[in-house]
Design a protein around this ligand. Structure first.
Ligand code: SDX
Length: 374
């Protein structure tokens, strides 16, 4: 009897969600009904984080309370700082993020409480502290002193401050804020589904987010934004781009930053991120990567009809902002913690253990032969 296997769960709807949807009628990703690009134009990341976690955009009063809580929780325990100090400097920052969230779980007094209120409090602590943990490693790796978070800064400003010791001009901060809004949530992508699968056994949110971070690290998922930058650095100059990408395609290479399981005629987040990439390139007076970007995109669409995904513009944008390449996916993490947390809470609210079937293709039944006869 042949079984219809959907490898990679391609095209399979496994559950419902009210958190986000790519609405074909407006060809846009929407969070709780709001188009992501409208949120980028009209909100700061904190408002969107509140929306994803709580279901509605905050009033002024609600936002003030949310920001106060987020800023209060930014500091790390002494033991977590000491653990980060012992992490080998050559470690990948995604593994540092995963480790830090795990340690937060060890320290969180509500770790076994899966009630909605406790999960929201735990989500806020993970959301607030993970940037601090990553920035601490960023500094230590460069032989510099850790910079403590500052409550006067927004979420985006504070990350720049903890990494670089200063906040860049407001256009750069806005571009970073926009990238955080665009990265925040994307329905049942592989890292989110990992978080939901872990949650479905009634495990805790720290474990779910630790697993999600491990999944996001992969180059087929969040890790692609780093690979985009490696590709651009290999291309080096715009005049090399056309030849380089055609060679890659002739060798049947998978080109990072392109293609998507859901979007087949272009990721709805790309136009907005591409616009801010251009703004940052203009401010930094460096158009090299923009020229490479456009040439590679043209060839990919012409030869394969494969369009960029959100990781394609974010890579060079983060490079121009001064971040080390292996910190690009960790930036994806500090934003997507909001989406992951919302899905963990939603999974709890309508939980069913996730346990798919497999079609067996192994040995037929056979009797055991004792060792002396084998
Ligand atoms: C993210 O799911 C989400 O929502 C994820 C995300 C989010 O916000 O959470 O949007 C974030 O992960 C974006 C994707 C980042 N990954 C990359 O940029 C890696 C490169 N992309 C490919 O690996 C691929 O496009 C996937 C994995 C993203 C999606 O591929 P699918 O849906 O599994 O389809 P496929 O790999 O089977 O490709 C179909 C065809 C194949 O050709 P054939 O074998 O049929 O001839 O298209 C080709 C593929 O070879 N193809 C590519 C390609 N992507 C697809 N060929 C070259 N380069 C590519 N990037």
């Amino acid at each position: 009897m042949t079984v219809d296997i959907k490898k990679g769960l391609m095209g399979v709807t496994v559950d419902e969600t009210g958190i986000s949807k790519v609405m074909p009628e407006i060809n846009s990703l929407t969070y709780r009904g709001y188009a992501a690009q409208d949120l980028c134009a009209n909100c700061e990341f904190e408002e969107v984080a509140y929306l994803i976690l709580n279901g509605n955009l905050p009033s002024k009063k609600e936002l003030k309370k949310f920001e106060k809580e987020e800023r209060k929780e930014r500091t790390l325990s002494k033991s977590l700082i000491n653990i980060i100090k012992q992490i080998p400097r050559k470690s990948h920052p995604m593994d540092v993020a995963r480790t830090a969230v795990s340690v937060m779980g060890l320290e969180d007094k509500e770790v076994t409480d899966n009630s909605p209120k406790a999960n929201l409090r735990k989500a806020m602590r993970i959301f607030s502290k993970t940037p601090t943990a990553l920035a601490a490693f960023y500094r230590l790796r460069k032989g510099k002193k850790i910079i403590a978070p500052k409550k006067k800064f927004t979420f985006a400003e504070n990350f720049f401050y903890m990494c670089f010791g200063k906040v860049p001009n407001k256009e750069i901060v806005k571009a970073f804020d926009v990238s955080l809004i665009l990265y925040a949530e994307h329905s049942f992508n592989v890292s989110t589904f990992t978080a939901r699968t872990i949650t479905s056994s009634l495990s805790d949110i720290h474990g779910a987010i630790t697993g999600a971070i491990a999944s996001l690290k992969g180059p087929l998922h969040g890790g692609a934004n780093e690979e985009v930058m490696h590709m651009m650095k290999k291309i080096k100059k715009p005049e090399n781009a056309d030849k380089w990408i055609n060679n890659a395609l002739n060798k049947k290479a998978v080109v990072m930053g392109f293609g998507h399981r859901v979007y087949k005629s272009g990721d709805s987040r790309v136009p907005t991120m591409r616009e801010y990439f251009g703004k940052v390139a203009k401010i930094k007076k460096d158009k090299t990567y923009e020229k490479i970007y456009d040439i590679v995109e043209k060839v990919m669409i012409k030869r394969k009809n494969i369009h960029p995904n959100v990781d394609y513009p974010t890579g060079p944008t983060y490079h121009l902002m001064g971040f080390d390449t292996d910190f690009f996916t960790p930036i994806f993490v500090i934003s997507r913690i909001t989406g992951w947390s919302a899905h963990v809470m939603e999974q709890h609210s309508t939980n069913k253990l996730i346990r798919p079937l497999a079609a067996y293709n192994g040995n037929k039944y056979r009797k055991v032969k004792v060792l002396k006869k084998r």
